[in-house]
Design a protein around this ligand. Sequence first.
Ligand code: NDP
Length: 485
Amino acid sequence: MSDFDYDLFVIGGGSGGVRAARVAASETGARVALAEDDRYGGTCVIRGCVPKKLMVFASEFAEVAEDARAYGWSMDRGDFDWSAFRTRLNGELDRLEGVYRSLLKNAGVTTYDARAVIRDTHTVELSTGESLTAKHILVATGGRPVRPDIPNADLGIVSDDIFHLPELPKSILIIGGGYIACEFACILNGMGVEVTQYYRGAQVLRGFDEEARGLISDAMKERGIALHTGTDIVEMRCATDDDLSGKSDGAISMGTPMHEIAGDAPQGENRDGPIWVKATNGQSGVFDAVFFATGRSPNTVDMGLEEVGVKLGRKGEIVVDEYSQTAIPSIYAIGDVTDRVNLTPVAIREGMAFVETVFRGNPTPVDHELIPSAVFTQPEFGTVGLSEEQAAEQEAVEIYSTSFRPMQSAFAGRSDRVMMKLVVSKESRKVLGCHIVAPNAGEMIQLAGIAVKMGATKEDFDRTVAVHPTMSEEIVTMRKATRTA
Ligand code: NDP
């Protein structure tokens, strides 16, 4: 019998923490406890992937209704009812949180609805005052959105707030060019919000394949998003009457004053009306809301980590080795708090590898190579492996790329284009990267990801028979290299 209260104490009830706790308890017989001070399910389930994807679905119906008419249906588009959607969304999130709680309960995990702080290498102290010991501590506290360091930044909202808005703003300014900025620009635009987006760099979605980035940003603009690259916010404050009457310099947009709809909104505390913003290009404008999608920060503040000797990196992330072990042997960390690859399925993998290593005595490093992922813009972007630019830096490559108007939307008279692209090593013939911009590209890349992970060559793709008529058949029918790089 161990001298500790538990074999494992998990801090954080998100995707990674719940999976590790559940598997350790139910499959290895470990005595496991988990503390969560917010809702079970974490960022992914409560304020990230899941509600975001449901919002993506909701926002896509406007186009579906329009296209249906081209296909012979008599159909009115109607209006989007945010409040009806939000009520259903909240019901679904309640249901999912219940599922997470019962998964833990059924696995025999003891849960504490409390904040936990590490007091020594084997002890956690809860906000309830209880002190508990464990042979191993697993930190899975995730991350949180951050605002840029400018005066009045708390007038803006962040992604956590978007799901709670009592009403949709008529106009919004989104700051940032990453996943969250681009996804919400498309979602809100689809829901009828007038969207302006400022991104400080030359092209959105930095780090991804450049051709794909170009196609996505063109499609975003085509759909009506006012995307300004090379532009950032420099000043913001509550709008004055002069701003609202358009007397102030170069007003870009104006909508319903936020104080009319703010209600019990959890956003920036100082906010009581529309927001005046000045940009680096000298223009100013008034928006109902400003949304900072300017990155996320690991949740490591005031957790007692450095005090016990856990090393933190430059962004405040917990530094771990390939087994997710920190500088303190009894303390491990997984998921966004370690800022490795910040994706739910990766946190889950890290949790599983941790259990395998620590509770099954089978040291298992986490494999972070060739992770397929999707950005849920409209059109969607699915990607695995190296971009053309990354691959070309490494070796000589052949690029097979095609862009075309897909049958379904072309028939409805849309000019939307999709892209299928393979980046192929000249020497080994291996497909080093696959990039798809198309409706449901996330679904496609999951399957293409298996082939790429297996080390498939271009010739393996070539000898696979096409599924006709589909968009994805192009991935196996591109005979001639578009270019070399
Ligand atoms: P990202 O790091 O992807 O993007 C942050 C954006 O904000 C970048 O465009 C960045 O510009 C810009 N930025 C950062 N600081 C400032 C500043 N001070 N002023 C102006 N602009 C700034 O973060 P996200 O918040 O979009 O997403 C966080 C993570 O969440 C992602 O990396 C991803 O791992 C995960 N995620 C995954 C999703 C998916 O899989 N579909 C969906 C949503 C999130 P620059 O490029 O110049 O640095």
